[in-house]
Design a binder for this molecule. Structure first.
Ligand code: AMP
Length: 282
């Protein structure tokens, strides 16, 4: 495994790899790797000749400075896991290599994709995501890039970015990975107290009940309101949103379309913000 700390050295190595006719698969992350990231890397290995993993906590996608300051950093553990997973190249850039001067991001307007739900609750978040992913795509020039359905709206935004600016690049969606008890894996989970972690199990339970309602043809305003109330009334949970959407447009899904929709939610548990989602169809 080769580790690169500058884009210049990485680009030069990647151009050798491409000259040999080898395909490059790319998995961008913010590190503190867990089994969710490992599943992306595993899929990337199976579909590429050389896999690039990037580890960079991107300042411009954080709307909350405390969240940025407390984001976990575990570089040595991450490198050990990457080695075990037989990742070929790891890119650990410094901010000054990616941004000139003070890091900033241009506004991005992909309609509801960038302005609803996560885009509405985290002002500027997708501006930062698009800015960093665009820069990384330009550096790595992969033929495939792998993104988790855990961040369903981010996946839709990146697909739109690729459609507009990187037409030869294939965006590969990867299934959301959960802990045995149902909690969606997230690097932020390490910041949950034991009590908060138990409370967090309500998220998956609410999503599962919506899926059951949809399967019985009972999807609709009543089922949604019941779960919204359930979460709002759970001590410790501050509900930001729970809705059912079309995953391509992020329009709210009409109840008769729930079987093609995803339930999406965001909550705050103490100082930790969690998101989750579930496909409501078969
Ligand atoms: P992050 O390091 O949180 O920015 O995530 C890097 C990539 O891993 C993104 O494409 C995420 O969607 C994906 N990812 C994070 N958590 C999970 C999970 N539990 N299951 C599947 N993919 C995930």
């Amino acid at each position: 495994m080769e580790v690169f700390y500058t884009s210049k050295e990485l680009k030069s190595r990647l151009s050798e790899i491409r000259t040999q006719g080898r395909s490059v698969g790319f998995v961008p992350t913010m590190g503190s790797l867990h089994s969710g990231h490992a599943s992306l890397l595993h899929l990337a290995k199976s579909q590429s000749d050389a896999v690039v993993l990037s580890i960079y906590v991107n300042p411009t996608q954080f709307n909350n400075p405390d969240d940025f300051a407390s984001y976990p950093h575990m570089l040595q553990d991450d490198l050990e896991l990457a080695q075990l997973l037989e990742v070929d190249l790891v890119f650990v850039p410094e901010t000054k290599d990616l941004y000139e001067g003070v890091p900033s991001a241009m506004p991005v307007d992909y309609g509801r994709l960038t302005h609803s739900f996560e885009g509405a609750k985290r002002q500027g978040h997708f501006d930062g995501v698009v800015a960093i992913v665009r820069k990384l795509f330009q550096i790595v020039q992969p033929s495939r890039a792998f993104f988790g359905e855990k961040d369903l709206q981010q996946l839709a935004v990146i697909r739109e970015l690729a459609r507009r600016e990187f037409e030869d690049l294939e965006i590969v969606p990867c299934a959301l990975i959960r802990d045995k008890d149902g909690l969606a894996l997230s690097s932020r989970n390490v910041r949950l107290s034991p009590v908060e972690r138990t409370v967090a199990l309500q998220l998956n339970r609410s999503l599962m009940r919506l899926k059951m309602a949809a399967a019985k043809g009972l999807g609709g305003v009543l089922a949604l309101n019941t779960e919204q109330l359930e979460l709002k009334n759970t001590p410790g949970i501050d509900l930001e949103y729970l809705d059912v959407i079309d995953p391509e447009t992020f329009q709210t899904a009409e109840p008769d379309r729930w079987s093609q929709g995803h339930a999406v939610l965001a909550v705050n548990l103490g100082s930790v913000r969690l998101i989750d989602n579930l496909f409501l169809g078969e």
